[in-house]
Design a protein around this ligand. Structure first.
Ligand code: GLU
Length: 479
C-alpha cells in the first residue's frame, strides 16, 4: 500500500522532535538539558558484503543510540527497504520515551537493515543477519549490559535466535550472553508471551482507557469496549494479535483490515484468524471471500468506525488525509503512524489519540521481563508455583471439610477448586506484569492530562511523564 506524503511534511525524526518540543515547552528544564535529551547520541552506519548466489552483495545497516541515561539501551532491529538514518533515529528517540514511560530501565536505541527479507532464502537471511550482528557485536552495539536489540518490522524470533547464537560464538565465556537480545524463541532463552506482547499491550491499553467513562466521553464515545467497531491497518504481528484479542476476548468487532494490496470491509465483523490464514497462504487480502475488497486500501483509514488502529508504518495519517479521518479514537499500535501536522489537525477535531510510546510499549515491557529472566537464569514462577498450589490446597481442604457439614449448608461453586488450585505459570505472570505496567503508565499519563490546564492530549501528557523521568536520571548522574 502506498501512502501519498505531502511535500511539506517534515521527516519522521523532525516530526518526533516537533512533538517533543511541544511538550518540553511546558516544562522548566534548562535549555542545555532539553537539548541533551532531544538529540540522538550516536548513529552507527555499517556497509558490509556477503557472498551470496556467486556474487558479493553489499548491505547497509544502522544502529542508533538515542539516550544512555540508563544502560543497556533497548530497541528493535527492523528489516525493510525503507530503512534510513532519519527513521532509525526517530525510532530510537521513541524507544527512550517509551521505556521511561513504562519504567523499563533502559535507554533508547533502534537498528535497521535495508533489505527486503522476501528477496532472500532462509539460509541467506541467516548469513546476512549473522554478518550484521557480527559488525554490531564487535562494537558493543549488541551486548547484554550495553545494547539489547529485539524484533521489529521484518524480524522475529528466528533472527533473534541467530543474533544470540552469534553473540555466544564471539563471547564464549559470557554467562549472561542470552541477555544480549530479546524476543528469542522460548527454546532458546525466550519468554512465554513475547510474540503476542505488543498486541496484548494494545488490548490492555484499550481496556484501561474504557475503565474511565470520562476519558471515553472525551473521545465522543460511550459504554464499553464490547461491540465497538474497529478498523486495523496492518495484520502483521502487532495488528493481528491486537485484533484477535479485542475480538475474541473483549467482544469488539473488526469491521475493516487494511493491508498492502487493499482493504477488507465487512460491517458485521471480519474473522481475524481466517483473514490471517488467507494472507499467509495468498500473500495478501485479495480474493478473500467473506468481505468487500477495496483496492484503494488507505481510504479505509477515513471510514466511519469507533476505533482506528494503525499497526503498520509511520506517517500513514498525515497532512494529506488527517482532515478526512472520522475515527474519534486512534490507538497507535505502530511507531509514529500520525505525523506532527496530522496530530494537530486531529486534536483540533477532538479526536483522542492514545500515543505510540504508550500504546505499543507492551513489546519492550515483555522484553524487559525476558532480559531479567536471562540474567537470573531461572524461569518465572519456578520456585513458587507448587508452593502456592499447596497453600491453596490447604484452603480447599478446609472449605471441603466445612461444606461436608450438612448443618452449615455450604457448597463450593463448580470449577472453583480447579481454578483456585492452579499456581501461575510463566505466561500468566508475564500477562499480569504487562497488565500492571499498562495500567500504571496509563494512570500516570492520565493524571497529567487532567491535572494540567495546558495539556489537552495524551501524547503531550506521555511526553511530560517520560521526559521528566529521563531528566531526573540525568540530574542524578550529575549532568
Ligand atoms: N521493536 C519493538 C518496539 O518498537 C520492541 C523493542 C524491544 O522489545 O526492545 O517497541
Amino acid at each position: 500500500m502506498t501512502v501519498q506524503q505531502p511535500i511539506q511534511e517534515p521527516s519522521f525524526r523532525e516530526s518526533v522532535d516537533l512533538m517533543f518540543n511541544r511538550a518540553v515547552a511546558l516544562m522548566d528544564l534548562s535549555p542545555g538539558l532539553e537539548e541533551k535529551i532531544r538529540v540522538c547520541n550516536a548513529t552507527y552506519t555499517v556497509r558490509f558484503g556477503v557472498r551470496l548466489r556467486g556474487a558479493i552483495h553489499t548491505f547497509t545497516g544502522y544502529r542508533s543510540v538515542h539516550s544512555e541515561h540508563m544502560e543497556p539501551v533497548k530497541g528493535g532491529i527492523r528489516y525493510a527497504m525503507a530503512v534510513n538514518q532519519d527513521e532509525v533515529e526517530a525510532l530510537a528517540a521513541l524507544m527512550t520515551y517509551k521505556c521511561a514511560l513504562v519504567d523499563a530501565p533502559f535507554g533508547g536505541s533502534k537498528g535497521g537493515l535495508r533489505i527486503n527479507p522476501a528477496d532472500w532464502e532462509e539460509h541467506e537471511l541467516e548469513l546476512i543477519t549473522r554478518r550484521f550482528a557480527y559488525e554490531l557485536i564487535k562494537r558493543d552495539l549488541i551486548n547484554p549490559a550495553q545494547n539489547v536489540p529485539a524484533p521489529d518490522m521484518g524480524t522475529g524470533e528466528r533472527e533473534m535466535a541467530w543474533i544470540a547464537d552469534q553473540y555466544k560464538r564471539m563471547n564464549t565465556t559470557d554467562i549472561n550472553g542470552a541477555a544480549c537480545v530479546t524476543g528469542k524463541p522460548t527454546n532458546a532463552g525466550g519468554i512465554a508471551g513475547r510474540v503476542e506482547a505488543t498486541g496484548r499491550g494494545v488490548q490492555y491499553a484499550l481496556r484501561e482507557f474504557f475503565r474511565y467513562p470520562e476519558d471515553v466521553a472525551k473521545a465522543h464515545l460511550s459504554g464499553k469496549l464490547e461491540g465497538k467497531h474497529i478498523i486495523v491497518q496492518g495484520l502483521g504481528n502487532v495488528g493481528y494479535h491486537a485484533a484477535k484479542f479485542l475480538c475474541e476476548e473483549d467482544g469488539a468487532k473488526i469491521i475493516g483490515i487494511i493491508e498492502r494490496d487493499g482493504a477488507l470491509y465487512n460491517e458485521n465483523g471480519l474473522d481475524v484468524e481466517a483473514v490471517r490464514a488467507w494472507i499467509v497462504k495468498h500473500g495478501g487480502v485479495t480474493g478473500y471471500p467473506d468481505a468487500e475488497h477495496r483496492v484503494a486500501g488507505a481510504e479505509l483509514l477515513e471510514a466511519e468506525c469507533d476505533i482506528l488502529i494503525p499497526a503498520a508504518l509511520e506517517g500513514v495519517i498525515n497532512l494529506g488525509n488527517a482532515d478526512r479521518i472520522k475515527a474519534p479514537l486512534i490507538i497507535e499500535a505502530a511507531n509514529g503512524p500520525v505525523t506532527a501536522g496530522a496530530d494537530a489537525i486531529l486534536r483540533e477535531k477532538g479526536c483522542v489519540i492514545i500515543p505510540d510510546m504508550y500504546a505499543n510499549a507492551g513489546g519492550v515491557t515483555v522484553s524487559y521481563f525476558e532480559w531479567v529472566k536471562n540474567l537470573s537464569h531461572i524461569r518465572f514462577g519456578r520456585m513458587q508455583r507448587r508452593q502456592e498450589e499447596s497453600r491453596h490446597q490447604l484452603v480447599v481442604d478446609e472449605l471441603e471439610r466445612l461444606s461436608a457439614d450438612k448443618h452449615l449448608g455450604w457448597t463450593i461453586s463448580p470449577g472453583f477448586k480447579e481454578k483456585y488450585l492452579r499456581g501461575a505459570d510463566e505466561i500468566e505472570l508475564v500477562r499480569s506484569g504487562l497488565d500492571d505496567t499498562m495500567r500504571a503508565a496509563y494512570q500516570a499519563m492520565r493524571a497529567v492530562w487532567y491535572e494540567r490546564d495546558d495539556v489537552d492530549d495524551l501524547r503531550t501528557a506521555a511526553y511530560l511523564v517520560s521526559i521528566r523521568k529521563v531528566a531526573d536520571s540525568y540530574r542524578a548522574k550529575g549532568l
